[in-house]
Each structure stands twice: as C-alpha cells, then as structure tokens.
Design a protein around this ligand. Sequence first.
Ligand SMILES: Cc1cc2nc3c(=O)[nH]c(=O)nc-3n(C[C@H](O)[C@H](O)[C@H](O)COP(=O)(O)OP(=O)(O)OC[C@H]3O[C@@H](n4cnc5c(N)ncnc54)[C@H](O)[C@@H]3O)c2cc1C
Length: 409
Amino acid sequence: MGFEPSERALTISAQVEAFMEEHIYPREHEYEAFTQDQNNLWKTPLFVPELRAKAREQGLWNLFLPAEYEPWSPGLTNVEIAHVFEPMSRVLWAQSIFNCNAPDRGNMEVLAKYGTQAQQEQWLQPLLHGEIRSAYAMTEPQVASSDATNMELEIKRDGDEYVLNGRKWWTTGVINPDCKIMLVMGKSNPENDRHTQHSTILVPTDTPGFTVERPLRAFGSLHSPGGEGECRFKDVRVPVSNMIKGEGCGFEIAQGRLGPGRFQYAMGFVGLAQRCLELMCERATQRVAFGEPLHAKTSVQHEIARSRCEIEQCRLLVYAAAEKMDREGLAGARDHIAMVKIVGPQMAENVANRAIQVFGGMGVCQDTLLPEVFTRARFCRIADGPDEVHMSQLGKLTIRNTLNTAKAS
Ligand SMILES: Cc1cc2nc3c(=O)[nH]c(=O)nc-3n(C[C@H](O)[C@H](O)[C@H](O)COP(=O)(O)OP(=O)(O)OC[C@H]3O[C@@H](n4cnc5c(N)ncnc54)[C@H](O)[C@@H]3O)c2cc1C
C-alpha cells in the first residue's frame, strides 16, 4: 500500500498551504464577523469571489474530482486528492474557495458521471466554473430519512414533463442566492422493488411551485450564507430531459454520490482536528494556572497525546480508503468508505471537545474555530446518514467477508 504523496501532490499541497497562509488565515476573523452580522444574512463577504478567482488562476480548482472524470477533472488520483484535502480543510469555509465544498462537489460528480451532454452543458459547466451553487434534496421531515427508500416526494410523469409534489428539509446551501439548481430525490415508480422506486431529477430553484419555507438552525446557527432549508414542492413541473440517468436510479445515485465524497469529507475533519490540536498546544504553552503552564499538567499532556493518536489513525485510514478506491473502485472500497464516515466526525468531535476544555471560556466563544468544529463534527454524525446506519453496513460487510474468506481457506 503506497500512501506517500506523489511529486504532483506535494507541489499542489505546498501551493494550497501557501494560499491558506497568504489569503485565508488572515481573513478568518473578518469572515466570522461578516457572516455572524444579522444585516448580512445570506450574503457572502466580498473577498470570497476575489479569492475564488485567485485560486482558479493558480489552478487550485476542482481538485476533488478524480482522474476518471477527465476531461472535467484536473487529473489527480484519490490518494493525491487525500493529500491536498488536508491543508485546504484547516478553515471551515476554505474548501469553497477552491470549489471543493459539499454539497456542490457531490452534485458535480453525479453530473459528470450520469449527466447527459445537455445537462452537463447547462449545469455541470457553470458549477465547475464556480458561477452557480447547487443543493441535494433527499431528506424529508415526515419520514426516517436515514433509510433512503422511505422518501415520499412524488415524481409523476405528465406528457413531456414530470410533476413534483412533497416536502424536503435540511437541504444544505439552498438558501444561498447563488444556488440555482437542486438534485431532488423522489418516488417515481412505486410499483418497482424497494431499491428502484426512486429517481433523482434536476430542479432549477426558480421553478414555479418551489419554495423555501424556512431556514433551519443547526445548534442555533443559520450557517449563512449557505443555510439549510425546509422546502415545499407544489406541482413543480420540469421537462423529462431533467431526469438523471433514468427512472428508478435514485437510490443508486444516492449511494454513489457519497463514495469519494466520504473520504474527502473525513479528510476535511483531519484538517480541522489538526488545527484544533495545534491551537490546543499553543494555548497550553501560553496559559499559566496554579503556578505552572497548562502544558506541564499531566491531564493536558494526555489530552494532547490522545488527540494526536486519533488524528493520525484517521489520517492513515483516509489514505487507505483513497488508495483502495484507486485500486478497486468504489465497490471494492465500500468497507473503508463506511469506516471513514464513522471515524472522521467522531474523531474531530473528540479533539475539538478537548481543545475547548484547554481553552476554558475562550474555547466556547467566537474567538477561535473550536465551537464550530465541535458542532459541525457532531451534526455530521447524523448528516449523510447517522453513525448507526454505517456501522450496520460495515458490520454486515465484515461478517460476509469473514465468512467468504473462511470458506475459501
Ligand atoms: C446540518 C445538516 C445538513 C444536512 N444536509 C442535508 C442535505 O444537504 N441534503 C439532504 O437530503 N439531507 C441533509 N441532511 C439530513 C441528514 O442526511 C438526515 O438528517 C440523516 O440522513 C438522518 O435522517 P433523519 O434526520 O430523518 O433521522 P432518522 O432517520 O429519523 O433517524 C433518527 C435516528 O435513528 C437512529 N437510527 C436510524 N437508523 C438506524 C439503524 N439502522 N440502526 C440504529 N439506529 C438507527 C439514529 O440514531 C438516527 O440518528 C442534513 C442534516 C444536517 C443535520
């Protein structure tokens, strides 16, 4: 197994690090102050498009899309992507500067993989150019959405159109004025078996009958300028050409969409947790309590040591997942993909939690990114499927693989 960065990955990582030093870290407080100001609700700080243009000029753009998607992809392997994702994830909003943020990256991958030429021209190209944003609408308030086969939003064919009726919530990014397109999952073929009843269809956000009814707060935050919305679809009509891949493929698309996204997402947590660890070490050397700096206290040393172990374990697991994807594709890497989804957010939640304790009162206010890392890690143990669902999948896979190996020997 080779996890070492290639020359190309080393060069790009160094460029990303330099970009972070020059343009992103110096603006962290400005970004926080702007987005927390209620007068700026759903607005993006002016420097964001400027930084996106700079990143694009430097070729630090769309790096999330693996080589198999050429000509859309910049051509990196999954292991190379894993290496560049850590430095670009050390600030909560930095991935978006490089056009590598969720949910756009998963949506772009779906369109690159399954989109027709017309869908790619109309929606993939502007997304890849960073001209628009997108959302993925699967979860519904009235059903347990950790089971994707439960979705009820109706997609009914009527001549040359599909008509959509139903509700969605927790649709990330949909409130941002730049969000122009949604990938909506709904039930189109109730007569089919459980896994082929659903479809995924493109719905422009300005389609009559679609409304965002309210923004949701996650742990009290509106997450402006993206936001998570509760949405209604009332007789929403779109042309049949907006169907992605075909009727009944919604479940397959939902599963595939989150494959490479999952290790990138877990590496995002490695970047954030590493930052929390560095902050914790700095604080422990600066702060003196009861006659000695915090770093001299055994309990603080142990929290730092535990954090370092957990971060390194997760980092190596992400590299292993990426390497397996390069070698065996998504199907072969399924067990590792489940592992990183389980391990990444929990690890970051633990590390941020410890760092908050070492920071004392400062750890829970807006002066560091710690509270946001902690809350993001916590809700990501639910978003994209709760921990328990991935653990059950991994448990079943492990039992099956173990039995197959035993039979073969
Ligand atoms: C901040 C945030 C952003 C999100 N963004 C999006 C988005 O962009 N698009 C989108 O479609 N959705 C999004 N979601 C929704 C998210 O994917 C769902 O909340 C998640 O899939 C769980 O569905 P549910 O809320 O209906 O929980 P339920 O399905 O009701 O599950 C509730 C709980 O039941 C337990 N449970 C469920 N299944 C099992 C099982 N098999 N074994 C044991 N216990 C189980 C778990 O503890 C689970 O947390 C987001 C959620 C959050 C919080």
